[in-house]
Every structure is written in structure tokens, then in C-alpha cells.
Design a protein around this ligand. Structure first.
Ligand SMILES: Nc1ncnc2c1ncn2[C@@H]1O[C@H](COP(=O)(O)OP(=O)(O)O)[C@@H](O)[C@H]1O
Ligand SMILES: C[C@H](O)[C@H](O)[C@@H](O)C(=O)COP(=O)(O)O
Ligand SMILES: [Mg+2]
Length: 469
């Protein structure tokens, strides 16, 4: 039986359980279990099926031994901002409502009546996304105050899954920063801000950093699995784990390319200057209290929805092939328009946008896909220009990580549009960062530099240069 550490990485479109271990000075990965993640409608809201997700986690853990692995540790990472509330008996008071649910429409403006946008940004350094946790809680404050008053525990999605595994209730730092309720400098819950918004401060848990050893499994789970293991906090915000796996951060802009495209750089300090506010960049927490200066771009969510609209008739590789064949189609959309956050039909929304802007309307799967990929590349270029304006320097390399780095057409489009070298990989950057954080906690790796060198020597990266016309 091989000893390993297990990463549970659950993104907005898929989850995976990956076993990781070091052999021959390389990080070896074995995918043990992969499952779909998607929104479900529950009690009038878009929600995550948290019970199904935990069941999939247990299925994956149950498969380890049969695949020859004895896990010594496990870490869970997921998307950001979303949470559940527990009552005094640790029972769920809320569903796991998803950030794409329209309940937060207008909540940002309500909060600005109490706290200015400028103050929020100067203190938290977090980008203004209408689905941030602060606006979700403010919705509850306005429409279901009794729920907030009864709440004894606020747990973000990975925190809750950790609670189900261990019985321990903590808030992990990198994900807590995505709430826009953590002070970027003290790295603690901003109690004054919470009080000003009338949000119950008692339900928040201690904020603990990545590499914290949370404890062992609940007894009943040890019996169920036939083995125990340490539950360790990675960067439980999936993008925080992905960025840890970026092999070379110097002079590099990363694009964590999955359901979202998170484009940014790694810092040792927060950047909360006016220009960063104007361009809506964020300073999410990273491992070792570094900062992820980045912004959300709508991402491959758009092609995921196009795929769904075509009843999954084409897979992602086929969309790339069809887009390449539609190379004369040139209409583009502003991917960051809120209309693309959760449209009833993504294809129709893209077509409407093109009509409204007097462009050719995409009618074939290839034209729609090309419009999405071309539009993403333009949005990346804009964000890169903004980063270089704020940093007053040029970055030489763009490192695309995550599932989207398999989109060779988009990688080439990014190189052509930005005239920079694009390095693609690793695909499972998030899971890699998750495992690496565990190995750092276990002392198998000394520090982040050693971790990034291990990633560099373990995974192949593909390079793209701009093709001049
Ligand atoms: N073979 C492929 N070719 C092109 N794109 C791909 C391929 N496989 C996956 N993708 C892209 O990767 C995306 C999923 O990336 P992933 O990081 O797994 O997302 P998340 O973590 O948000 O669930 C898909 O939406 C798709 O656009
Ligand atoms: C809603 C957040 O902005 C989102 O979680 C983002 O931060 C993120 O991490 C998305 O990861 P995916 O793997 O789902 O693209
Ligand atoms: Mg992901």
C-alpha cells in the first residue's frame, strides 16, 4: 500500500479526489474519483447539493484502499464565497445557496448605504462581486433575520465539509478573505464592519491559515473507511490552492482557467490603491499570508453553458475543433457583463448581445464557441493591461493553469492577443496546490520555493508564442 495525501478539489463544474505522493523526486498524482458538480433548484434558490458532494467525497475515500493507497492526510478545497449556517445543535439552518442565485441582486447597493465602497475596499481589499458573502449575509439580514439570529456557526463550504469529516468548526483564511468581511491587514473578521451591517458576529469561527492540522476523522468515519487520517487545511479557496501550484510566479501573470478565469499575480502585500479599486481587482489571501492580486473574468462557464444548451452534443475538445473551423467569425462580447452570469440560455444571450452591438450573429456551434474564446482573450488582454498599469512594469509570461489550459486554441489566442509567451499547465493545479500544502504541513516539503520547484520538475508545460500575421 502506498502512503499518500488526498486532495478533494471541487470546482463549480466538477469535483475530483486525487491521491498525491512524492516518488523519484517528482509529485505523482492518481485520480481516484471524479464527479459532476452543478446547481440544483431548492426552496426557490439555486443551491449546491452539499449532501451529494459529501457522499461523493466518501465514495472517493472508500476507493483509496482498493486502488492501493493508504492515505495519511486529506485536504478539501472548493469555490469561494458560499456558506451554510448551523444552529446550536450543529444542524443546518440554511441550504448551501449558490453565488449565482439572484438573491443578492441589489444587495451591494443596500450595503453601500451603510458603508462606503471606498472604505470597504481600503479595509478588505476585495473586489466587488455582487455575490460576495457580505451581500449574501446582508440579504439574510434583510429578508430572513430570524435565521441569522438563530445561527451559532458560519461555515464556508469547505469548512462545512471539514466539519462533517472531523466535528471541528473553523474558518480557513484564504476562503474567509473572499467574503469581503476580513480586514486585509489584521487578517481577522472585521467586527466593526459586521456590527455596522447588523450581522451577528458570534457565529464566525476562528480564522486558521493553510497548513493547519485540523484533527482526525470522526470515529464513525474511521469505522466506515477502515482507516484514519489527518485532515489538513490547504488553501480551501480552490484558486488559492491553484496559485500555490504556479511553478514560477516571478514576472508571471497566472490565469486559473476553469469555470471562472482568475487572472492575476502573487504579492507579499495588499494593493488597495484607487486604480485597483477602479479596475475592481481583489487581494484574496494566499498561503503563508501572501496575497492573490487578481480579478474574476466570466471564464469557461460560458462554454459550459453553451455545451448544456446544445444538450451536451459536443464535448469541450469538439467545441475547440469547431471554433477553429469558424475562423472567419469575429464578433465578440463583453464576457464580464452581468447578463452572462446566469442567463436562461447562454447561446441566445450571446446572440442578443451581438445583435444589439450590430455584429454578425453566431449561429453554428463553431461560431458561438469562437465568439466565447475570442471574447475571453480580449478580456484577459484588458486585465493584463490594467495589471501592468498598476505595477508600472511589463510581465513576460502568462501561465494558464486548470482545466482550461487544455484549450490549445484559447492558449494560442492569448499569446497572439497579448504578444506574450503563454505557458500552459498544470491541468490539476488546484489539486496539486492542495496536496503540496499538506506535504508542507507534514514536513515532507520545507517551503513554498521547494514546493514550486517540485511542481516544475513533475509536470510538463506547453509553451505558446505569438504567431505574427
Ligand atoms: N479537452 C479539453 N479541451 C478544451 N477545454 C477543456 C478540455 N477539458 C476541459 N476543458 C475546459 O476546462 C474547463 C473545466 O476546468 P476545471 O478547472 O476542471 O473547472 P472547475 O474547477 O471550475 O470545475 C471546462 O469548462 C472546459 O472549458
Ligand atoms: C465565486 C468565486 O469568485 C469563485 O469561487 C472563484 O473564486 C473560484 O475560485 C472559481 O473556481 P472554479 O474552479 O470553480 O473556476
Ligand atoms: Mg477549479
Amino acid at each position: 500500500m502506498s502512503k499518500c495525501s488526498i486532495a478533494i478539489d471541487i470546482g463549480a463544474s466538477s469535483g475530483r479526489l486525487i491521491a498525491g505522493y512524492i516518488e523519484n523526486s517528482q509529485l505523482q498524482l492518481v485520480e481516484i474519483h471524479r464527479f459532476e458538480n452543478k446547481l440544483v433548484e431548492k426552496n426557490g434558490h439555486f443551491c449546491w447539493d452539499i449532501e451529494k458532494l459529501f457522499s461523493e467525497i466518501k465514495t472517493g475515500i472508500g476507493r483509496c484502499k482498493s486502488q492501493g493507497f493508504t492515505p495519511v492526510s486529506i485536504g478539501i478545497d472548493t469555490w469561494a464565497v458560499d456558506f451554510v449556517l448551523l444552529d446550536e445543535n450543529d444542524q443546518l439552518l440554511t441550504d448551501a445557496v449558490a453565488y449565482r442565485d439572484p438573491r443578492t441582486d441589489g444587495m451591494m447597493e443596500e450595503v453601500f448605504q451603510k458603508v462606503s465602497k471606498e472604505r470597504l475596499y481600503l479595509e478588505t481589499g476585495i473586489q466587488f462581486q455582487k455575490f460576495n458573502t457580505i451581500y449574501q449575509l446582508y440579504y439574510l439580514n434583510m429578508h430572513q433575520p430570524e435565521v441569522l439570529q438563530k445561527a451559532k456557526s458560519f461555515l464556508m463550504i469547505p469548512d462545512y465539509l471539514n466539519f462533517l469529516l472531523t466535528g471541528k468548526k473553523v474558518n480557513e483564511y484564504t476562503n474567509a478573505t473572499s467574503t469581503q468581511l476580513v480586514n486585509a491587514f489584521t487578517k481577522k473578521w472585521d467586527i466593526e464592519l459586521l456590527n455596522q451591517l447588523g450581522i451577528n458576529t458570534q457565529m464566525f469561527q476562528a480564522i486558521l491559515p493553510p497548513k493547519t492540522k485540523l484533527g482526525n476523522l470522526r470515529e464513525e468515519l474511521v469505522e466506515e473507511f477502515g482507516f484514519d487520517m489527518e485532515v489538513i487545511l490547504p488553501a480551501t479557496h480552490d484558486t488559492g490552492s491553484a496559485v500555490l501550484a504556479v511553478p514560477e510566479v516571478n514576472n508571471t501573470i497566472y490565469i486559473s482557467s476553469g469555470t471562472w478565469s482568475l487572472i492575476g499575480v502573487e504579492n507579499k502585500f495588499p494593493i488597495c490603491v484607487t486604480k485597483a479599486l477602479d479596475y475592481n481587482f481583489t487581494n484574496e489571501g494566499g498561503v503563508d499570508y501572501r496575497y492573490r492580486f487578481l480579478k474574476n473574468i466570466m471564464g469557461l462557464w460560458m462554454i459550459q453553458e453553451v455545451k448544456r444548451n446544445y444538450n451536451d452534443q459536443y464535448d469541450f475538445a469538439e467545441f475547440v475543433k469547431l471554433a477553429n473551423e469558424a475562423n472567419n467569425f469575429s464578433a465578440k462580447v463583453n464576457v464580464d457583463d452581468d447578463r452572462f452570469l446566469k442567463p436562461d440560455n447562454m447561446i441566445e444571450e450571446i446572440q442578443k448581445y451581438c445583435m444589439e452591438t450590430n455584429q454578425d450573429v453566431p449561429n453554428t456551434p463553431g461560431e458561438v464557441a469562437k465568439c466565447v474564446f475570442d471574447s475571453l482573450a480580449v478580456s484577459y488582454q484588458t486585465a493584463i493591461n490594467q495589471i501592468e498599469e498598476i505595477y508600472e512594469t511589463e510581465f513576460a509570461t502568462i501561465n494558464v493553469i486548470g482545466g482550461g489550459c487544455q484549450n490549445e486554441m484559447l492558449n494560442q489566442l492569448i499569446a497572439d492577443t497579448t504578444n506574450k509567451e503563454v505557458v500552459a499547465g498544470p491541468v490539476e493545479a488546484t489539486a496539486i496546490g492542495n496536496i503540496v500544502a499538506q506535504l508542507l504541513a507534514l514536513g515532507d516539503i520545507d517551503d513554498i520555493n521547494e514546493a514550486r520547484n517540485l511542481v516544475k520538475q513533475s509536470f510538463e508545460m506547453k509553451k505558446y508564442q505569438a504567431i505574427t500575421a
